[in-house]
Each structure stands twice: as C-alpha cells, then as structure tokens.
Write a protein that binds this ligand. Sequence first.
Ligand code: AP5
Length: 215
Amino acid sequence: MNIILLGPPGAGKGTQARRLTEKMGLPQISTGEILREAQNKGTELGRQAALFMKEGKLVPDEVVIGIIAERLKQADCRKGYILDGFPRTLSQAQALKKILDENGSRVNVVLNFKIPDADVVRRLSGRRVCTECGTGYHVAFSPSKTTGKCDRCSGSLVQRDDDREETIQKRLSVYHQQTAPLIDFYRSQDLLKDVDGVGELPVVFKRMDDALGMT
Ligand code: AP5
C-alpha cells in the first residue's frame, strides 16, 4: 500500500506517520528528515538544502524528486510506504506518478490532514525534536517526561531552525500557494480522504485508521 500524507506544516503528518509505521510495518519516507540528515552530515546536498529550508522555502523540485526516485528503489519499499511531506508541488506529484507508472505501481490513498493556520503556529512554535532519534514532542501537548530529554533514548530535545514564528508564516504561505493545489489534483482522481487533524493524538490516529478502512 502506497500512502501519501498531505497537509500544512505542523498538521501532524510526521507524528501520525510514525504511529502508522508501527502498525502497518511500512517505512515512513519523510523528505524533510532526509534533507535534515544530509545537513547534519554536512553533505553538499545538505548545504544546498539548508539555504532554502532556513527561509521556509521549498527545496527545488529536481532535488527532491531525485531523492525520492532513489529512496523508492530500496528493498524496504517493496510492500509499500508512507510518504510524509512528498509530493509538495504539482511537478512532484506528476514525477511521482511517472516513477510509479514505470514500476507498474500507483498511489493507493492520499490522507489530507486539515488544521487551521492558528493551530499550525501553536504546534510548531512548541515543537521539540530529539537530536538522536528524531522523535517529536510538544512542550504543552505532548511533553517528554523529563524536560529537554527524549523518553525513548534520552537524547537532547531541540527546536528546529525553521520553527521560529517568521519562518512558520513563510512555510504556511508556501503551503497555501504550492502544496494546497494537490488537494484538488488527488481529489479529482478519487484518491483523497480528508482527516480532521484537530484533537488528541489517539483520536486523530483513529480517524486516520478509519479513513484507511483499517478499523
Ligand atoms: P518537513 O520536515 O516535511 O516539514 P513540514 O511539512 O513543514 O512538516 P512538519 O514536520 O513541520 O509538520 P508535521 O505535519 O510533520 O507535524 P508534526 O507531526 O511534526 O519539511 C521541512 C522543510 O524541508 C520544508 O520547509 C522544505 O524546505 C523542505 N522540504 C521537505 N520536503 C520537501 C519537498 N517535498 N519539496 C521541497 N522541499 C521540501 O507535529 C508538529 C507538532 O505538533 C509536534 O510538536 C507534535 O507533537 C504536535 N502535534 C501533532 N499532532 C498533534 C495533535 N493532534 N494535537 C496537538 N499537538 C500535535
């Protein structure tokens, strides 16, 4: 099963993708995570991507399409995957279709997480991420047991560079201009299912499960 998680920054795509990965045994493929990993390793890709990411802009299509084309060839993707943060433009969606067509595969479902812009700002400004294992927390909505330490691995929790208020506003505007058109693109192919992203984590997970027809 090939699943796309669509939605504004902070909609809960990463958080719910991790839970879905545990339940379905499919890999979570997050272009944001891949790009941040490249930055941490100091690769040329990471250096180039950082120039766009720190300003809340999208990394150029050809770069992320290349990353996804390579990632989907890996063995763990044979039974399907959960795409978190890709595609984000119409060009990326068309490129994904081409890659899948060539492999006789297809997108099975697109889950569109819906949350108001005001919630995006509240969620992202309070987000903290583990530097070691990437687990996400929120200072108010899902805090770690020990302040500043990851529950899973005791790694340090930090704020992402692009989670500052002015960058959040820029990312939101980029979402509305460049990514939101994908809603109609996938709805017109009868692949889109809306998921109300506002509510407690288990409640949103249950809605996602229902949309996937798994409960
Ligand atoms: P990326 O890492 O993909 O960031 P994003 O889409 O902006 O998504 P986020 O990770 O901010 O939000 P999320 O929906 O995953 O929410 P989360 O679960 O963490 O991309 C970063 C950058 O990389 C982009 O700006 C761009 O530059 C580049 N990039 C990536 N992909 C690209 C592409 N395809 N093309 C071009 N450029 C690309 O939750 C957020 C917070 O809310 C957390 O604190 C969480 O604990 C909390 N939370 C989650 N759910 C709930 C809930 N139900 N109630 C209360 N709090 C909640």
